[in-house]
Every structure is written in structure tokens, then in C-alpha cells.
Design a protein around this ligand. Sequence first.
Ligand code: 3PG
Ligand code: MG
Length: 391
Amino acid sequence: MIEIRTLDDLPLPARVFYRVDYNVPMEDGRITDATRIEETLPTLKLLREKGCSVVVASHFGRPKGKRNEKYSLAPVRAKLAELLGADVQWADDCVGVDTSGLKAGDVMLLENLRFHAEEESNGESFAVELRKLADVYVNDAFGACHRAHASIEALPRLFGKDTSAGGLLLRRELQFLQQITNVDQRPFVALLGGAKIAGKIEPLEALVKLADTVLIGGGMANTFLVAKDVEMGGSLVDQDSLEVAKRILGGKERAEVVLPVDLVVADDLANPTKIETVDVENGLEAAQKAFDIGPKTVADYGSRLKAAKIIFWNGPMGVFEREAFAKGTMAMAQAMAGNGDATTVVGGGESVEAVKASGLADRITHISTGGGASLEFIAGEKLPGVEVLRK
Ligand code: 3PG
Ligand code: MG
């Protein structure tokens, strides 16, 4: 059992550096799902009640170490103020900010940590600059805990054991996810999708050892199908991961790895002129691209989900943002929610958005704010952001 230091271990009230994961899905400057912000409200409320001032820090997108207005956290500031029902001060950078004037209950949001390259390189001197902003450190950025980045790893190390801890959200995530990995209820079915395999390789290899069944959909399935010599036409394929896909398919691990038997395909995503269902055994034509799993696959995956005792879902089955390609993803949400006997966990920004859009979120046991992080944690990997906060 992994136990971390918590808010009770900190000398409060204090000026708090609060690391969150406000890497929320956004479309034209509008936040399409605010779960990651909402989930930090209990910690923010508690800190303010205890008389703390809070300096909130997050990354947003992947601006590659440079300032880029497209990745500004400014829209998040407005949403946070609205949800908190309080003013949120703004700092146009995350270092060199004067926080000495903050009073009890004040909240200040810093601009994107990743505007500085040293955030992702876990730079010590950058962490030293961040360290100047507060007296204690609290981490609720579960979704980023698998990254050894400066605000996640170097910074709490600088603060030291007496003044760094996890917040309420981080504690809850770890409790739930450990419950799942500790309980030996079977079958354990993992449902994996999303665009790419890259970045999910190690947890995927661990998951096939842990789960009984791994159902694969979304862009990820395309790569696995190519690995089985299926002609995938113009579909998105992660060429760099073909070898891994072959290895996973050829391995003799515990889990049965299941791939789609049919797909919904079209000539174009934005302006499809012809949407069809194709059996995988026939392959796709050159101009066809796969955008969703087909009805036979939906039926097969759905019945396997209904028989499961533990379900872990990460990544959508198709381009669910478009109605024409949302059926597979929505059907999976329904199958999960409909299985009242199973412990069900959904992790990852897009899968969470899909479950919320389906209106079934309250029938899921745990909705994790972490995508890659929850996958790695369940697969038994050590998360740098968690390790540094252990008791
Ligand atoms: C996420 O959205 O998965 C987390 O915020 C981590 O973001 P990253 O994958 O860009 O590191
Ligand atoms: Mg991600």
C-alpha cells in the first residue's frame, strides 16, 4: 500500500504552492470539460478555510518550453473563479512573481509552467525559482504525476518532507486505484483506445500481464490491425509502434488481446461524403479511414464488459467528438455503466469527457483525472510525483 503525506502533516496556515493538472480539453478558448478543475475545489476550499493563501500552478498543452498564447491558462482563470465563487488573481508568468502580499484566502493562478523548458527537463534552478513563491507544497496534479517534471519532482524534493504533501484529490485517486489493483476480482477487462500507442507501451505491456482481457479500439486498434497485416487504407497508424504491437499480439501473457472485427470508415473526417461499415477481414480501400468501431465489435466488446468484475477504460473508441463516429464510444460507456456488479474506472481526459457526455458518469465507480498516469499506476509503475510524497 502506497501512503503519502497529506494536508494533516503540513504546518498550516501557510502560503501554499498548489500544483494542479488544469490541462483541460479546450475548443476555441472554451473549456469543454471542467472535471479537472472541479476536482480540485475541495482542497482549495479546505486550504482557504484554514487561512492559507494559494498559488496555483499547472501545465497546459505542450508549448515545448516557449511562451505561446495558444497555451495560456487565462481561460482557466475565469472558469476557476466562477467555480470557486471568488476572485482569482493572475500572474503572467510562473517565476519572478511577487506573492508576498497574498492574504488569507487569496488565490493566484500562475501562467503555464511549460512556457519554461526547465519544467519538462526537471531543472533544478527552475525549481529553486518556484520554491521562492510559497512556504509549503501541495500536489493534486495526479494526471501529471507520471512526469518527472520540475514542479512535480524537483520542487517537492526542495521543499522537503516537512513542507510537502498530496492534496485531497491525489489521496483519493491513490486510494481508489489501489483498491482496484489489490482486489482479486475477475474477470478484469481493460478497454483501451485513443489515437496512439506511443507513450502507452510500457503500461500496455504490464496490463496484458494483469488483466484477463484487453479490448482495443480507436486509433490504437489501427496500428494493431496493421501489425496483423490488415489493409488499413488512409487510417491513422502509429508506424513507430508496429513492432511493439506485434510483440504484444505474439506474447503469451495472461490477457486475451481483442481487436475490432468491423470498423466505421469514411473518406474524410470533417466533410465525409461516404460513411460505411467495413469488415476488418476485407480490409479498407486506399481512400478509406477508420473513425469508429463497428456494430459487431460494439456487440462483442459490450458483452465482455457486461461479464466483467473490474473494468478499466482509457481512451475513446473513435472520433467521438463527431456524432457520426461517436456510437462505439458511447456504447462502451453504456455497457460499463450498465454493469452494476463491476468496479468501474475511467481515466483520461477524453474518456472522461465521453462518459460525462453520455450522462452516465454517476454510475461509474471512479472517474480518474489521470489518463497516462492512471494507466501507469494500475500497471504497477512508480509515479515520480507520488514517490516523492511517500511517508
Ligand atoms: C494529460 O492530460 O494526460 C496530463 O495533463 C499530462 O499531459 P502530457 O501528456 O502532455 O504530459
Ligand atoms: Mg495526455
